[in-house]
Design a binder for this molecule. Structure first.
Ligand SMILES: Cc1cc2nc3c(=O)[nH]c(=O)nc-3n(C[C@H](O)[C@H](O)[C@H](O)COP(=O)(O)O)c2cc1C
Length: 197
């Protein structure tokens, strides 16, 4: 898809089916190219991803649901439970992690920029998440991004043998789109873009 078309096509899409739209080998190859080629501050490569498919995807959302059940009121859970089921009904989840050890190492290695590294670690995540989101849309998936970290970090760390230095930052859910997102409202472009020439 042409890049500018892809930017418009990318939306938060929630009604997704547990159905693949491309072979998993293609998905894995494309996502590995995304993480390889996405920039990080000081080329730290302090980001990691874990792709959960099949029962592993289900585990992520069953765990999220069980965790929330323990901490929200029974009344609130009547809404929360079905909301999490919507994510479970999708095809897969990409977990995005930042590497705290790498970031702390950078602070020591480059003291003059130490106070910027936490912020740039977040920017690394944002850039990577967006690149993955676009790639999944380009492959033909509907996609949304969730943040149930840090509630689920420990359970996922145990299940997927995640190193202690990896901190969960985002969960990107994808699947075959069932319902297209509603039309999006925009602030006037003049409020957000100024050109001087
Ligand atoms: C940094 C960031 C965090 C977000 N976190 C969530 C989230 O936790 N749950 C969710 O449903 N959407 C989340 N979103 C999606 C936004 O709500 C969404 O992108 C925005 O409303 C614009 O809609 P669109 O994605 O359809 O263009 C997040 C988006 C960004 C950029």
């Amino acid at each position: 898809m042409e890049y500018s078309e892809l930017l418009i096509k990318r939306r938060s899409s929630y009604m997704l089916k547990k159905e693949k739209v491309v072979d998993d080998e293609i998905l894995i190859d494309k996502i590995s190219k995304v993480i390889l080629n996405t920039p990080t501050a000081f080329n730290s490569m302090a980001t990691h991803i874990v792709i959960g498919l099949g029962e592993n995807h289900n585990f992520i959302w069953d765990t999220t649901k069980e965790t929330l059940k323990k901490i929200v009121s029974p009344e609130a859970f009547k809404k929360t439970g079905p909301k999490i089921d919507v994510f479970k009904n999708a095809y897969g989840t990409v977990l995005i992690y930042k590497d705290i050890e790498d970031i702390e190492g950078l602070k020591k290695a480059v003291p003059s920029f130490a106070n910027r590294q936490d912020n740039w670690a977040e920017q690394n995540i944002g850039i990577l998440a967006y690149a993955i989101w676009l790639e999944l849309v380009d492959l033909g998936y509907g996609v949304n991004m969730q943040h149930y970290d840090p509630l689920i970090d420990a359970d996922l760390a145990q299940k997927f043998a995640i190193p202690a230095a990896w901190k969960l930052e985002a969960q990107i859910v994808f699947g075959k789109e069932v319902i297209k997102p509603d039309k999006k409202e925009f602030k006037p472009i003049e409020e957000r873009l100024k050109v001087f020439r």
